[in-house]
Design a binder for this molecule. Structure first.
Ligand code: SF4
Length: 514
């Protein structure tokens, strides 16, 4: 009998290794022959460690199972269909999973992340095989036709970026994957790297073929040791099997890939600061132009994409642009792996086509607040994202629809707050975060954020509020228009959204009229 216990770091944090060891011990003691597979996580974190047993009808789930509960599981005969209070039935039938549209995350939680055989048995490398038979421009066209836009936050059309790099003449070109996933409440990049690393490797290899780049870097935040380990293991396996390196699958094409460990600066998620860091320098933002697509890593044309963007590519090549494009709404095509975090009953990963509303995510998937109190605000898109009030919960996930209400989809992370939240303190936190993480290159961000904290302190202390609020708006104006990168020009998003949507937390309504 095959038993699955996840190796994803969320499951590990909840004791998955101890549960797995207990299962092996109990099986041995009882003379039961088992095969233990350490799969990725299904992304239903409240059920971790989620133990699954393979049956003819599909996998049956039990969770969460701590090590001390394992003997009871065996007593109940869980390997032979016995019932147990923590039995969940067929995992695939759990509504949270069933209601999703898992295109990219289709293997996540199913396969052994570092097994190339498992990857190949689940549609792995079908896209690369197709790409190898195509001209570079045709690959770029396929990605353009799919409508894929950058999932890191900027939502720039991926195909157009690739076309610029393909058209640039240079002795060397690079693919740089931004895996410095620093936004609060986000973990989809981590899950790809830990739970399905070959998908990212394949996507980057296809990108290399598409733009004629032979070298690639994955810049992974240092807080993700399991991602780094799994990527390195998968890269070694792909190299050994001829899917990466010299002469890929006998095609004469080359693509080498290496992992770079970041050093823990939020600003290195900004693409040019990331390039500086990969080059071994301090992570400072570069002024644009030149565009990294023309003069990027080591001064050469470089494709910079986020983990989710690059790992969408194998699917687009294997199923075709039309297939991918059929999901979504407006100019937001395909699916987005959304991450539910904060004060929610059911936190986890939900992959849905664009068009799903915030309300569906918060209530149909998230189950409402963990505390049982009303959800008052949701911050979407990381620490630089806007706080959205209940009146905006019917906004569909769509880049344009979010922009229309002064918000951003960002990297698809949602952090929910109940009605005990103090929005003035959240606004102060945004300024404080910017002051801590600013690279210091430009004045509006470096000085503005520090002044912003001081102004917020006065507002919170009820010192001359009308004047201070006026000052705060002025300061936000300067930061939006005068900062060199998103760090400074997006910090006003959480600040102003808190002020505009929750004025009662900043003083009385009359105070805010100006
Ligand atoms: Fe650096 Fe902030 Fe200016 Fe960006 S906005 S370049 S992080 S100082």
């Amino acid at each position: 009998v095959t038993i699955f216990v996840p190796r994803d770091s969320t499951a590990l944090a909840l004791g998955a290794n101890e549960t797995a060891a207990a299962i092996e011990r109990e099986a041995k003691a009882r003379g039961i022959d088992i095969k233990l597979v350490r799969n990725g996580s299904r992304g239903m974190f409240w059920l971790e460690p989620l133990v699954e047993v393979a049956t003819d009808a599909g996998r049956i789930g039990f969770g969460p199972i701590e090590a001390h509960e394992v003997a009871g599981l065996f007593d109940a005969g869980f390997t032979t269909g016995g019932s147990h209070p923590k039995a969940l039935g067929l995992t695939e039938e759990i509504p949270y999973l069933k209601k999703q549209e898992r295109l990219q995350f289709v293997r996540v939680g199913i396969t052994d992340p570092v097994s190339l055989d498992d990857y190949l048995a689940h549609e792995g490398y079908v896209g690369l095989k197709k790409a190898i038979a195509m001209e570079p421009a045709a690959i770029v066209q396929e990605v353009t036709d799919s409508g894929l836009r950058g999932r890191g936050g900027a939502a720039f059309p991926t195909g157009i970026k690739w076309k610029t790099v393909l058209g640039a003449e240079a002795p060397q070109k690079y693919i740089a994957c931004n895996a410095d996933e620093g936004d609060s409440g986000t973990f989809s990049d981590r899950m790809v790297m830990e739970d399905d690393p070959f998908m990212l490797i394949e996507g980057m290899t296809i990108a290399g073929l598409a733009v004629k780049a032979t070298e690639g870097y994955i810049y992974v935040r240092s807080e993700y040791p399991h991602s780094i380990a799994n990527l390195n293991e998968a890269i070694a396996a792909a190299n050994a099997a001829g899917y990466l390196g010299e002469n890929i699958l006998g095609s004469g094409r080359t693509f080498n890939l290496q992992v770079r460990k970041a050093a823990g600066a939020y600003v290195c998620g900004e693409e040019t600061a990331m390039l500086e860091s990969i080059e071994g320098k301090r992570g400072m933002v570069r002024a644009k132009p030149p565009l990294p697509a023309l003069q990027g890593l080591f001064g050469q044309p470089t494709v910079i994409n986020n983990v989710i963007s690059l790992s969408a590519v194998p699917l687009i090549l294997s199923r075709g642009a039309e297939f991918y494009k059929n999901y979504g709404m407006g100019r937001s095509r395909g699916t987005l792996p959304m991450q539910l975090a904060g004060n929610l009953k059911y936190g986890g990963l939900v992959e849905k086509a664009f068009g799903v509303t915030l309300r569906e995510l918060l209530y149909d998937f998230g189950g409402g607040s963990e505390s049982g109190r009303p959800i008052r605000a949701v911050q979407v898109g990381g620490p630089l994202g806007a706080y959205m009030p209940e009146s905006l919960f019917d906004t569909p996930f769509d880049y344009e629809a979010f922009a229309a209400v002064a918000s951003t989809v960002g990297h698809g992370g949602l952090v929910a707050f109940d009605d005990t939240v103090d929005m003035a303190k959240q606004a102060r936190y945004a300024m404080h975060f910017c002051a801590e993480e600013s690279c210091g290159k430009c004045t509006p961000c470096r000085i503005g954020s520090t002044r912003g904290v001081e102004v917020m302190d006065k507002i919170i202390a009820n010192q001359n509020r009308p004047q201070q609020i006026h000052l705060l708006r002025d300061l936000c104006d300067v930061m939006v228009t005068g900062s060199l990168c998103a760090m400074g020009n997006m910090t006003p998003f959480p600040v102003l959204s808190a002020l505009n949507h929750f004025p009662e937390d900043f003083g009385d309504q009359k105070t805010l009229a100006n």
